[in-house]
Ligand binder design. Structure first.
Ligand SMILES: [Ca+2]
Ligand SMILES: [Ca+2]
Length: 353
């Protein structure tokens, strides 16, 4: 029995060694494959291009009076950081007619606050008889710019040296973005387009009006909206919003020192309810930025960007019963009475927008 037990014990130990040995080999193989696989993935991630991306770098249109200083924002529009490559630096070149404006200062914008971002830097390059201004700003990874529809990265101060009626382009080129993953420039092929601005020297006693039209549901700019500016003793002009929902009126009469002119700016686009805002313009008036005008999608009473959804029908019903406040957005048949039977009927019959 003793021999038999001994031989059984030895057999068991051999089998255990075998099992342990095979288990170790399997474990090592699997671990090796895992490490090699994760190593390859890590290398691919490190090597793969991960560009910081934005739709546009935009110098706003602006205007100002002779011998005054005007601040012009430079904006990033449609920043897409969905690939985790947010923006920690921007550099670009700016050219303009120095007979019209002179660059006297560069300051941080809303997206580049200090101390997370350094003070913006500017240097000049003379080439071909023209001076190019190289302007840049860098920030810490913790202050990186992530997804945003638009926001200013810089504010440029210009001294107006031209005469009334003078105009110059403010042209952007050689845009470089620094992404947060590698802290390197996407030089040359930065996935961003320049959106140039103009600067007009205003005649005395005229105003320079600019503003934006926005979607009420998310605040982003509405392109292609018709904007009409009326007031000021008969002024009546229309324009169309560009990318980002921006509009601009130059040489707007602005009354005199004692009597300001009142203006109304209204915006409309097919499928949306018209909206407007009013302001006063007095002389001498700086470039005036009108508050954004939000447009509501027709039939989108709960403002979720979808017209005539279940929630919208519920709100129309509640407004019709007088249980919630009703306003112009509930007047879908445009008869001046919000949330009437006719408006409920319009919810069911109107063309979906
Ligand atoms: Ca809705
Ligand atoms: Ca109505």
């Amino acid at each position: 029995m003793g021999n038999m037990n001994d031989s059984m014990r030895e057999g068991n130990e051999e089998r255990r060694e075998d099992r342990d040995g095979k288990f170790s080999v399997h474990t090592l193989s699997l671990l090796s494959i895992f490490y090699i696989y994760t190593g390859i993935v890590a290398i691919l991630i490190a090597v793969a291009p991960c560009p910081a991306y934005a739709g546009y770098l935009h110098v706003s249109d602006a205007c100002g009076y002779e011998n005054t200083t005007v601040t012009v924002p430079v904006e990033l529009v449609d920043v897409d950081a969905s690939t985790n490559c947010s923006i920690v630096g921007i550099e670009f070149e700016l050219v303009f007619d120095e007979g019209v404006i002179n660059l006297t200062g560069v300051h941080s914008g809303a997206l580049t606050p200090q101390p997370g971002w350094d003070s913006p830097k500017v240097r000049s390059i003379c080439a071909g008889g023209k001076r190019r201004h190289v302007i840049g700003v860098v920030g810490a990874a913790s202050s990186a710019i992530t997804n945003v529809s638009r926001g200013s990265i810089l504010r440029l101060n210009f001294r107006v040296t031209g005469s009334p009626g003078d105009k110059t382009w403010m042209n952007i080129s050689s845009i470089k973005l620094v992404n947060s993953s590698s802290f390197q420039y996407n030089s040359g092929t930065a996935p961003i387009s320049p959106w140039n601005g103009t600067f007009s020297v205003c005649a005395p006693d005229t105003g320079c009006i600019s503003g934006t039209v926005t979607y009420a549901c998310n605040g982003s700019g509405v392109e292609g909206a018709t904007v009409t500016l009326t007031g000021g003793g008969g002024y009546n002009k229309s324009t169309t919003t560009g990318a980002g929902g921006v509009y601009h009126f130059a040489a707007v009469p602005c009354g005199n020192h004692t009597s300001a002119y009142g203006y109304t700016v209204s915006a409309i686009k097919e499928g949306f309810l018209a909206n407007s805002t009013s302001f006063y313009l007095a002389s001498p008036s700086p470039a005036t930025t009108v508050e954004p005008i939000p447009l509501w999608l027709k039939g989108d009473l709960n403002n979720d960007g979808v017209s005539r959804g279940v929630g919208d029908f519920v709100k129309m019903g509640l407004a019709w019963m007088g249980l919630i406040k009703k306003d112009f957005r509930y007047d879908l048949n445009s008869d001046g009475t919000p949330a009437s039977i006719g408006d409920i009927f319009a919810m069911f019959t109107s063309r979906a927008t």
